[in-house]
Design a protein around this ligand. Structure first.
Ligand SMILES: Cc1cc2nc3c(=O)[nH]c(=O)nc-3n(C[C@H](O)[C@H](O)[C@H](O)COP(=O)(O)OP(=O)(O)OC[C@H]3O[C@@H](n4cnc5c(N)ncnc54)[C@H](O)[C@@H]3O)c2cc1C
Length: 332
Protein backbone atom coordinates (compact mmCIF):
# COMPACT_ATOMS: atom_id res chain seq x y z
CA UNK A 1 0.00 0.00 0.00
CA UNK A 2 1.33 3.46 -0.84
CA UNK A 3 1.59 6.05 1.89
CA UNK A 4 -0.59 9.17 1.45
CA UNK A 5 2.51 11.19 0.71
CA UNK A 6 5.62 12.69 2.13
CA UNK A 7 6.18 13.54 5.78
CA UNK A 8 3.91 16.30 6.98
CA UNK A 9 0.94 15.27 4.83
CA UNK A 10 -2.43 15.53 6.57
CA UNK A 11 -3.87 12.50 8.34
CA UNK A 12 -7.03 10.99 6.89
CA UNK A 13 -10.47 12.21 8.03
CA UNK A 14 -12.31 9.95 10.49
CA UNK A 15 -13.72 6.75 9.00
CA UNK A 16 -11.11 6.21 6.29
CA UNK A 17 -10.25 2.51 6.06
CA UNK A 18 -7.15 1.04 4.51
CA UNK A 19 -6.71 -1.93 2.18
CA UNK A 20 -10.44 -2.28 1.52
CA UNK A 21 -11.64 -5.03 -0.86
CA UNK A 22 -13.48 -3.62 -3.86
CA UNK A 23 -14.53 -6.79 -5.70
CA UNK A 24 -17.66 -7.16 -3.62
CA UNK A 25 -18.73 -3.60 -4.46
CA UNK A 26 -18.90 -4.52 -8.15
CA UNK A 27 -21.47 -6.62 -9.95
CA UNK A 28 -18.85 -8.62 -11.88
CA UNK A 29 -17.04 -9.42 -8.62
CA UNK A 30 -13.42 -9.19 -9.67
CA UNK A 31 -10.49 -6.99 -8.65
CA UNK A 32 -8.29 -6.11 -5.71
CA UNK A 33 -8.23 -3.70 -2.79
CA UNK A 34 -8.25 0.08 -2.49
CA UNK A 35 -5.44 1.63 -0.49
CA UNK A 36 -8.01 3.92 1.13
CA UNK A 37 -11.79 3.68 1.35
CA UNK A 38 -14.56 5.80 2.85
CA UNK A 39 -18.35 5.88 2.72
CA UNK A 40 -19.27 9.57 3.27
CA UNK A 41 -22.85 10.28 4.32
CA UNK A 42 -22.86 14.08 3.96
CA UNK A 43 -21.70 16.69 1.47
CA UNK A 44 -19.39 18.17 4.11
CA UNK A 45 -17.60 14.87 4.75
CA UNK A 46 -17.40 14.15 1.03
CA UNK A 47 -15.72 17.51 0.34
CA UNK A 48 -13.37 16.97 3.31
CA UNK A 49 -12.35 13.58 1.88
CA UNK A 50 -11.82 14.97 -1.61
CA UNK A 51 -9.75 17.81 -0.19
CA UNK A 52 -7.66 15.35 1.86
CA UNK A 53 -7.08 13.21 -1.22
CA UNK A 54 -5.97 16.22 -3.23
CA UNK A 55 -3.59 17.45 -0.53
CA UNK A 56 -2.21 13.92 -0.15
CA UNK A 57 -1.70 13.46 -3.90
CA UNK A 58 -4.15 10.53 -4.03
CA UNK A 59 -6.28 9.53 -6.98
CA UNK A 60 -10.01 9.36 -6.30
CA UNK A 61 -12.46 6.76 -7.58
CA UNK A 62 -16.18 6.68 -6.85
CA UNK A 63 -18.09 3.44 -6.78
CA UNK A 64 -21.83 3.54 -7.24
CA UNK A 65 -23.37 0.10 -7.55
CA UNK A 66 -20.25 -1.03 -9.40
CA UNK A 67 -22.51 -2.12 -12.27
CA UNK A 68 -20.28 -0.75 -14.99
CA UNK A 69 -16.98 -1.09 -13.26
CA UNK A 70 -13.90 -3.27 -13.62
CA UNK A 71 -11.37 -3.00 -10.79
CA UNK A 72 -7.75 -3.90 -11.47
CA UNK A 73 -6.54 -7.17 -9.91
CA UNK A 74 -3.79 -5.04 -8.37
CA UNK A 75 -6.41 -2.86 -6.73
CA UNK A 76 -6.61 0.91 -6.64
CA UNK A 77 -3.75 3.12 -5.43
CA UNK A 78 -5.93 5.91 -4.15
CA UNK A 79 -9.11 6.77 -2.24
CA UNK A 80 -12.24 4.83 -3.22
CA UNK A 81 -15.53 6.41 -2.18
CA UNK A 82 -19.00 4.93 -1.82
CA UNK A 83 -21.80 7.36 -1.00
CA UNK A 84 -24.04 6.40 1.92
CA UNK A 85 -26.68 7.77 4.34
CA UNK A 86 -28.05 11.14 3.24
CA UNK A 87 -26.05 10.86 0.03
CA UNK A 88 -28.07 7.80 -1.00
CA UNK A 89 -31.52 9.01 0.05
CA UNK A 90 -34.61 9.53 -2.15
CA UNK A 91 -36.90 12.45 -1.35
CA UNK A 92 -40.06 13.79 -2.97
CA UNK A 93 -40.58 17.56 -3.38
CA UNK A 94 -43.87 18.07 -5.19
CA UNK A 95 -43.35 16.65 -8.66
CA UNK A 96 -39.57 16.80 -8.24
CA UNK A 97 -37.50 13.99 -6.78
CA UNK A 98 -34.12 14.57 -5.17
CA UNK A 99 -31.80 11.57 -5.07
CA UNK A 100 -28.50 11.22 -3.29
CA UNK A 101 -25.76 10.28 -5.76
CA UNK A 102 -25.71 6.83 -4.12
CA UNK A 103 -29.47 6.18 -4.50
CA UNK A 104 -30.12 2.99 -6.48
CA UNK A 105 -32.11 3.62 -9.67
CA UNK A 106 -34.41 0.56 -9.36
CA UNK A 107 -35.39 1.80 -5.87
CA UNK A 108 -35.93 5.31 -7.24
CA UNK A 109 -38.17 3.90 -10.00
CA UNK A 110 -40.19 1.88 -7.47
CA UNK A 111 -40.59 4.84 -5.08
CA UNK A 112 -41.65 7.16 -7.90
CA UNK A 113 -44.28 4.62 -8.98
CA UNK A 114 -45.69 4.61 -5.44
CA UNK A 115 -45.75 8.42 -5.45
CA UNK A 116 -47.52 8.52 -8.84
CA UNK A 117 -44.55 10.27 -10.50
CA UNK A 118 -43.57 9.27 -14.01
CA UNK A 119 -40.35 9.75 -16.02
CA UNK A 120 -37.82 7.55 -14.24
CA UNK A 121 -39.41 4.18 -15.08
CA UNK A 122 -36.42 3.27 -17.28
CA UNK A 123 -34.30 3.19 -14.10
CA UNK A 124 -35.93 -0.12 -13.16
CA UNK A 125 -33.64 -1.85 -15.64
CA UNK A 126 -30.42 -0.05 -14.75
CA UNK A 127 -28.78 -1.60 -11.68
CA UNK A 128 -26.73 1.54 -10.97
CA UNK A 129 -26.97 4.63 -8.79
CA UNK A 130 -28.20 8.11 -9.65
CA UNK A 131 -24.61 9.40 -9.53
CA UNK A 132 -23.29 6.59 -11.72
CA UNK A 133 -26.14 7.18 -14.15
CA UNK A 134 -25.30 10.88 -14.46
CA UNK A 135 -21.60 10.15 -14.93
CA UNK A 136 -22.37 7.49 -17.57
CA UNK A 137 -25.37 9.28 -19.13
CA UNK A 138 -27.29 6.05 -18.63
CA UNK A 139 -30.35 5.41 -20.78
CA UNK A 140 -32.50 2.41 -21.35
CA UNK A 141 -35.35 1.28 -23.53
CA UNK A 142 -38.20 3.54 -22.48
CA UNK A 143 -36.35 6.61 -21.26
CA UNK A 144 -33.43 8.98 -21.22
CA UNK A 145 -31.82 10.42 -18.13
CA UNK A 146 -31.31 13.81 -19.76
CA UNK A 147 -35.07 14.17 -20.37
CA UNK A 148 -35.86 14.27 -16.65
CA UNK A 149 -32.62 15.49 -15.06
CA UNK A 150 -33.15 19.02 -13.83
CA UNK A 151 -29.90 19.81 -12.05
CA UNK A 152 -27.01 18.14 -10.26
CA UNK A 153 -24.96 18.85 -7.17
CA UNK A 154 -21.31 18.05 -7.80
CA UNK A 155 -18.66 17.93 -5.07
CA UNK A 156 -14.96 18.40 -5.63
CA UNK A 157 -12.00 19.22 -3.39
CA UNK A 158 -13.02 22.88 -3.69
CA UNK A 159 -16.57 22.43 -2.39
CA UNK A 160 -19.99 21.74 -3.81
CA UNK A 161 -21.54 23.33 -6.89
CA UNK A 162 -24.89 23.22 -8.64
CA UNK A 163 -24.62 22.25 -12.28
CA UNK A 164 -27.15 22.35 -15.10
CA UNK A 165 -27.44 19.27 -17.33
CA UNK A 166 -26.32 21.38 -20.32
CA UNK A 167 -22.94 21.84 -18.61
CA UNK A 168 -22.35 18.09 -18.29
CA UNK A 169 -21.38 17.52 -21.94
CA UNK A 170 -23.65 14.50 -22.31
CA UNK A 171 -23.08 12.23 -25.30
CA UNK A 172 -23.55 8.49 -25.75
CA UNK A 173 -22.61 6.91 -22.37
CA UNK A 174 -20.46 9.91 -21.55
CA UNK A 175 -20.42 13.05 -19.43
CA UNK A 176 -17.53 15.41 -18.83
CA UNK A 177 -17.28 14.61 -15.11
CA UNK A 178 -13.81 13.53 -13.97
CA UNK A 179 -12.84 11.29 -11.07
CA UNK A 180 -12.43 14.09 -8.50
CA UNK A 181 -15.95 15.37 -9.35
CA UNK A 182 -18.59 13.43 -7.47
CA UNK A 183 -22.33 13.66 -8.09
CA UNK A 184 -23.68 14.05 -4.57
CA UNK A 185 -27.30 14.81 -5.56
CA UNK A 186 -29.43 14.61 -8.68
CA UNK A 187 -32.69 16.56 -9.06
CA UNK A 188 -35.35 15.14 -11.37
CA UNK A 189 -38.51 16.83 -12.70
CA UNK A 190 -41.28 14.29 -13.19
CA UNK A 191 -44.91 14.22 -14.28
CA UNK A 192 -47.93 12.98 -12.37
CA UNK A 193 -49.56 9.75 -13.49
CA UNK A 194 -51.44 6.94 -11.76
CA UNK A 195 -49.45 4.40 -9.78
CA UNK A 196 -51.21 1.61 -11.71
CA UNK A 197 -50.15 2.95 -15.12
CA UNK A 198 -46.55 3.44 -13.97
CA UNK A 199 -46.38 -0.03 -12.42
CA UNK A 200 -47.67 -1.51 -15.65
CA UNK A 201 -44.87 0.18 -17.56
CA UNK A 202 -42.32 -1.08 -15.02
CA UNK A 203 -43.59 -4.63 -15.48
CA UNK A 204 -43.40 -4.32 -19.29
CA UNK A 205 -39.85 -3.02 -19.09
CA UNK A 206 -38.79 -5.81 -16.73
CA UNK A 207 -40.31 -8.43 -19.05
CA UNK A 208 -38.62 -6.91 -22.09
CA UNK A 209 -35.28 -7.03 -20.28
CA UNK A 210 -35.77 -10.62 -19.14
CA UNK A 211 -36.32 -11.68 -22.76
CA UNK A 212 -33.39 -9.74 -24.18
CA UNK A 213 -30.63 -10.16 -21.62
CA UNK A 214 -29.18 -12.81 -19.32
CA UNK A 215 -30.15 -12.58 -15.66
CA UNK A 216 -28.56 -13.92 -12.52
CA UNK A 217 -24.99 -13.67 -13.84
CA UNK A 218 -22.07 -11.64 -12.50
CA UNK A 219 -21.66 -9.01 -15.18
CA UNK A 220 -21.31 -5.28 -15.77
CA UNK A 221 -23.89 -5.08 -18.54
CA UNK A 222 -22.77 -3.93 -21.96
CA UNK A 223 -19.05 -4.48 -22.36
CA UNK A 224 -18.60 -2.41 -25.52
CA UNK A 225 -20.39 0.67 -26.81
CA UNK A 226 -22.40 0.40 -29.99
CA UNK A 227 -20.04 1.63 -32.71
CA UNK A 228 -20.61 4.76 -34.74
CA UNK A 229 -18.99 3.29 -37.86
CA UNK A 230 -20.51 2.76 -41.32
CA UNK A 231 -18.74 -0.63 -41.57
CA UNK A 232 -20.94 -1.83 -38.69
CA UNK A 233 -23.88 -1.34 -41.05
CA UNK A 234 -26.20 -0.31 -38.23
CA UNK A 235 -25.41 -3.35 -36.11
CA UNK A 236 -25.01 -3.07 -32.34
CA UNK A 237 -21.85 -4.21 -30.56
CA UNK A 238 -23.73 -7.33 -29.45
CA UNK A 239 -24.77 -8.17 -33.02
CA UNK A 240 -21.21 -7.69 -34.31
CA UNK A 241 -19.78 -9.86 -31.53
CA UNK A 242 -22.38 -12.50 -32.26
CA UNK A 243 -21.65 -12.48 -36.01
CA UNK A 244 -17.93 -12.72 -35.25
CA UNK A 245 -18.57 -15.93 -33.30
CA UNK A 246 -17.99 -14.52 -29.83
CA UNK A 247 -21.09 -15.94 -28.13
CA UNK A 248 -19.83 -18.24 -25.36
CA UNK A 249 -16.17 -17.29 -25.97
CA UNK A 250 -14.33 -17.88 -22.69
CA UNK A 251 -10.89 -17.29 -21.21
CA UNK A 252 -10.11 -18.37 -17.65
CA UNK A 253 -13.21 -17.72 -15.57
CA UNK A 254 -14.68 -15.08 -17.91
CA UNK A 255 -17.07 -15.83 -20.75
CA UNK A 256 -19.16 -13.83 -23.17
CA UNK A 257 -22.75 -14.78 -22.43
CA UNK A 258 -24.53 -17.31 -24.63
CA UNK A 259 -27.65 -15.17 -24.42
CA UNK A 260 -26.08 -11.78 -25.19
CA UNK A 261 -22.57 -11.67 -26.64
CA UNK A 262 -21.90 -8.15 -25.31
CA UNK A 263 -22.28 -9.31 -21.67
CA UNK A 264 -19.28 -10.73 -19.81
CA UNK A 265 -20.17 -13.46 -17.34
CA UNK A 266 -17.89 -14.18 -14.39
CA UNK A 267 -18.40 -17.92 -14.17
CA UNK A 268 -17.16 -18.02 -10.58
CA UNK A 269 -13.44 -17.48 -10.31
CA UNK A 270 -12.71 -14.91 -13.00
CA UNK A 271 -10.03 -12.31 -12.48
CA UNK A 272 -10.05 -8.89 -14.06
CA UNK A 273 -7.16 -10.12 -16.25
CA UNK A 274 -9.46 -12.89 -17.56
CA UNK A 275 -12.12 -10.29 -18.34
CA UNK A 276 -9.63 -8.07 -20.18
CA UNK A 277 -8.34 -11.12 -22.08
CA UNK A 278 -11.80 -12.17 -23.27
CA UNK A 279 -12.68 -8.58 -24.16
CA UNK A 280 -9.45 -8.30 -26.17
CA UNK A 281 -10.01 -11.58 -28.02
CA UNK A 282 -13.57 -10.59 -28.91
CA UNK A 283 -12.56 -7.11 -29.98
CA UNK A 284 -9.85 -8.60 -32.22
CA UNK A 285 -12.37 -10.94 -33.88
CA UNK A 286 -14.72 -8.06 -34.66
CA UNK A 287 -11.85 -5.99 -36.01
CA UNK A 288 -10.68 -8.84 -38.26
CA UNK A 289 -14.14 -9.68 -39.55
CA UNK A 290 -15.68 -6.23 -39.98
CA UNK A 291 -12.83 -3.72 -39.62
CA UNK A 292 -14.76 -2.13 -36.74
CA UNK A 293 -12.95 -1.06 -33.56
CA UNK A 294 -15.09 -1.63 -30.50
CA UNK A 295 -14.54 0.69 -27.54
CA UNK A 296 -15.35 -0.38 -24.00
CA UNK A 297 -18.38 0.94 -22.21
CA UNK A 298 -17.16 -0.48 -18.91
CA UNK A 299 -15.08 1.86 -16.76
CA UNK A 300 -11.79 0.74 -15.27
CA UNK A 301 -10.56 1.56 -11.77
CA UNK A 302 -6.84 1.10 -11.16
CA UNK A 303 -4.17 0.17 -13.66
CA UNK A 304 -4.72 -2.73 -16.03
CA UNK A 305 -2.55 -4.17 -18.81
CA UNK A 306 -4.15 -3.65 -22.21
CA UNK A 307 -2.83 -5.95 -24.96
CA UNK A 308 -0.40 -4.55 -27.53
CA UNK A 309 -2.83 -4.41 -30.45
CA UNK A 310 -5.25 -2.46 -28.28
CA UNK A 311 -2.60 0.07 -27.32
CA UNK A 312 -1.51 0.44 -30.95
CA UNK A 313 -5.01 1.41 -32.02
CA UNK A 314 -4.98 4.18 -29.43
CA UNK A 315 -5.62 4.12 -25.70
CA UNK A 316 -9.03 2.71 -24.97
CA UNK A 317 -11.45 5.37 -23.96
CA UNK A 318 -11.84 4.03 -20.47
CA UNK A 319 -11.50 5.84 -17.24
CA UNK A 320 -8.13 5.13 -15.69
CA UNK A 321 -8.39 7.74 -12.99
CA UNK A 322 -6.63 10.51 -14.88
CA UNK A 323 -7.37 13.77 -13.19
CA UNK A 324 -5.12 15.83 -15.38
CA UNK A 325 -5.75 19.53 -15.74
CA UNK A 326 -7.91 20.89 -18.50
CA UNK A 327 -10.24 17.90 -18.70
CA UNK A 328 -13.87 17.82 -17.84
CA UNK A 329 -16.43 19.96 -16.14
CA UNK A 330 -15.25 23.38 -15.07
CA UNK A 331 -16.39 23.92 -11.49
CA UNK A 332 -14.81 27.35 -11.30
C1 LIG B 1 -27.40 -6.26 -15.96
C2 LIG B 1 -27.01 -4.85 -16.32
C3 LIG B 1 -27.81 -4.10 -17.15
C4 LIG B 1 -27.47 -2.80 -17.51
N1 LIG B 1 -28.28 -2.07 -18.32
C5 LIG B 1 -27.98 -0.80 -18.62
C6 LIG B 1 -28.84 -0.01 -19.46
O1 LIG B 1 -29.89 -0.44 -19.89
N2 LIG B 1 -28.48 1.27 -19.74
C7 LIG B 1 -27.32 1.81 -19.26
O2 LIG B 1 -27.06 2.98 -19.56
N3 LIG B 1 -26.49 1.10 -18.48
C8 LIG B 1 -26.78 -0.19 -18.15
N4 LIG B 1 -25.93 -0.91 -17.35
C9 LIG B 1 -24.66 -0.32 -16.91
C10 LIG B 1 -24.72 0.42 -15.57
O3 LIG B 1 -25.79 -0.05 -14.76
C11 LIG B 1 -24.85 1.93 -15.79
O4 LIG B 1 -23.74 2.44 -16.50
C12 LIG B 1 -24.95 2.70 -14.47
O5 LIG B 1 -25.26 4.02 -14.74
C13 LIG B 1 -23.68 2.64 -13.65
O6 LIG B 1 -24.00 3.14 -12.37
P1 LIG B 1 -23.20 2.65 -11.09
O7 LIG B 1 -23.72 3.39 -9.94
O8 LIG B 1 -23.23 1.17 -10.99
O9 LIG B 1 -21.75 3.15 -11.45
P2 LIG B 1 -20.38 2.34 -11.27
O10 LIG B 1 -20.39 1.16 -12.15
O11 LIG B 1 -20.11 2.13 -9.83
O12 LIG B 1 -19.36 3.40 -11.87
C14 LIG B 1 -19.38 3.75 -13.24
C15 LIG B 1 -18.64 5.08 -13.42
O13 LIG B 1 -19.38 6.10 -12.77
C16 LIG B 1 -18.59 6.72 -11.77
N5 LIG B 1 -19.47 7.08 -10.66
C17 LIG B 1 -20.24 6.26 -9.91
N6 LIG B 1 -20.91 6.99 -8.99
C18 LIG B 1 -20.57 8.28 -9.20
C19 LIG B 1 -20.93 9.50 -8.57
N7 LIG B 1 -21.78 9.57 -7.54
N8 LIG B 1 -20.39 10.65 -9.05
C20 LIG B 1 -19.52 10.64 -10.08
N9 LIG B 1 -19.13 9.50 -10.72
C21 LIG B 1 -19.66 8.34 -10.27
C22 LIG B 1 -17.54 5.70 -11.42
O14 LIG B 1 -16.40 6.30 -10.83
C23 LIG B 1 -17.26 5.07 -12.76
O15 LIG B 1 -16.42 5.90 -13.52
C24 LIG B 1 -26.27 -2.23 -16.99
C25 LIG B 1 -25.47 -2.98 -16.12
C26 LIG B 1 -25.83 -4.28 -15.79
C27 LIG B 1 -24.96 -5.05 -14.83
Amino acid sequence: MSSPSAAGSPGPPAGVETNHPLWRLTTVRTGGNADFFAAPDSTELLVELLDWARRSGLRVGVIGSGSNLLVSDDGFRGLALKLSGDLSGIERRGTDVVCGGGARLPSVAAKCAGWGLSGLEFGVNIPGTAGGAVRMNANAYGGRLADVLHRVEVCSASGSATVEPAELGFSYRHSNLTDGQVVSRAFFSLKEDTTEAIKERLAEMRAWRRDAQPSGIKTFGSTFKNPDDSRADGRSAGQLLDAAGCRGLSIGGARLSEKHANFVDNMGDATTADVIAVMSAARRRVMEKFGVTLEPEVQVMGDVEWPDDWRQSGEPEVDQGDQGPGRGLDLG
